[in-house]
Design a protein around this ligand. Structure first.
Ligand code: C5P
Length: 154
C-alpha cells in the first residue's frame, strides 16, 4: 500500500516557471524497536530546520542507491549497522521548498546491529507512533506519520 499523505499538486508550481527546479532526494528511515516505538532525531543547531525532529537519513549522493545512502547515514548519524535486507520501503513524501523540490522515501527497519548513539543530532527520542504529532517536524516528514500509525498501531 503506497500512501503519500501530504501529496501536493504541482500545477502552477515551480515546474512550470522559467527556472528549473532542483530535485533533492533524501532517504529516511523509521527505526522501530521491540515496543513498536519509532526513533526521531532533533536536527542540529546551525543546519537548516534546526531543532525540528526528523526521521534519520540523508541526501542521496550521486552514484548511490537510496538504500546505500540509508546504510551510510544510519552508521554516520547513529552508529548502527543496518543490512539492506532489513530495510522495507513504506511510503514517500514530497515537499516544495523555495529553492528545491524534496522527494523523501521512507523505509522501515526493525533489525540492526549495535547500540543507537547520538552522534550528529541534538537529541534522540523513541516515540509511540500516535505521539509523533507532539514533536515539531519538517513539513516533509509530517505526512509520513499516518502510514506509520497504520502499520504499527498507536
Ligand atoms: O539533512 P540534510 O540537511 O542533508 O537534508 C537536505 C535538505 O533536505 C535539508 O536542508 C532540508 O531542507 C531537507 N530535509 C527535510 N526533511 C528531512 C531531511 C531533510 O525537509 N527529514
Amino acid at each position: 500500500k503506497l500512501r503519500t499523505g501530504g501529496a501536493r499538486s504541482i500545477s502552477g508550481g515551480p515546474f512550470f516557471s522559467e527556472s528549473p527546479v532542483k530535485l533533492v532526494l533524501v532517504a529516511a528511515c523509521a527505526l522501530v524497536d521491540a515496543d513498536r516505538r519509532v526513533l526521531i532525531a532533533q536536527r542540529p543547531e546551525g543546519k537548516q530546520l534546526a531543532g525540528l525532529w526528523e526521521f534519520p537519513g540523508g541526501k542521496v549522493e550521486p552514484g548511490e542507491r537510496p538504500e546505500e545512502t540509508l546504510i551510510r547515514e544510519l552508521h554516520e548519524e547513529l552508529g548502527i549497522t543496518v543490512k539492506e535486507a532489513c530495510l522495507a520501503p513504506l511510503t514517500f513524501a514530497s515537499h516544495t521548498y523555495e529553492t528545491f523540490q524534496l522527494l523523501m522515501p521512507l523505509w522501515i527497519c526493525k533489525r540492526w546491529e549495535g547500540q543507537v548513539i547520538q552522534k550528529e543530532h541534538q537529541a534522540l527520542k523513541w516515540v509511540r507512533p500516535n505521539k509523533l504529532r507532539d514533536y515539531a517536524m519538517p513539513p516533509a516528514d509530517e505526512p509520513l506519520i499516518p502510514p506509520l500509525v497504520d502499520l504499527l498501531g498507536g
